[in-house]
Ligand binder design. Sequence first.
Ligand SMILES: [Zn+2]
Length: 345
Amino acid sequence: MLLLKELSEACGVSGNEGAVRQVILDAIRDRVDEYRTDALGNLIALKKGTGKTARKVMIAAHMDEVGLMIMHIEKEGSLRFHPVGGIDDRVLLAKKVLIGENKVPGVIGAKPVHLLEPKAREQVVKFKEMSIDIGVSSKEEAERLVKVGDYAVFDVPFVELGGALRTVKGKAFDDRAGCAVLVELLRDRYPFDLYAAFTVQEEVGLRGARVAAYSIAPHLAFALEGTICDDLPKKGDTSPTTVLGKGPAITIMDRSVIADRRLVELLIDTAEKNGIPYQFKQPALGGTDAGAIHLSREGVPSAVVAVPSRYIHSPTSLLSLNDLENTVQLMRQTLARVNDLDLTR
Ligand SMILES: [Zn+2]
């Protein structure tokens, strides 16, 4: 819980995951046998197995989050930016951000509603027309605080909302929720060698996972995610992707992977035997690290388990701590059985 707060508040837009990696490293150092950071910045930790097994299981959770990169400083000191990862332009206006290593505060400028022509009120402002205001009045002044190439993250503190679902809100639950679950799983020892891969640059194309999977060369893999939860009441009969509080979401298929049926069945069977709630992520949306991992080398049977998170890829997301804990339980119980799974075809 405290770890989720720390992870959520750490800044790690794709390509700049160092602060998140440090939080994770501090949490896992005493729980693992070996760890290393590879050339791209993936943190790969090994927890050696108890049995005489050659099987290697990789579990990936990505450290990076969506955010912004400063691309240009205007002469009056406002900052032009480009999104890093998929962000809807509509969630950007008037949001508070922190820029660069020194976390310089800024706000994404918006025209007061009073000045908008009726037609403009109906249009989406594109990010290219926005700029970040850090309160300075010249380019020179701005350059003392920030530089082109600096990252900006949303400035959102972690808050407990409570209720029956034990809801919390914060930024970047995609995928700090997955990171928190993976750190928790490293408390236990399993019959196989567990490679925990805290990956980089997932949001810009599953890049870290690709090289991590290549170096680990696992026999099977899981990706842990904070996934889309679009469960608010709607008109018409659209099914939600996942529902908050209904347990870990198991992916059958998304844009990047068709999950290994044997792993999916093991997950379902384990959930049912242990009375752990679970749900299926409505198919075909999004992609995860499993998309890169399952195509590594000669192919890796892979599955995805996710904590439902509302409003991902926006400044603030919400999740249920019940879901988070049930995801840990489902993974823990599944891992206890995964060594016996026959993976021959
Ligand atoms: Zn993600």
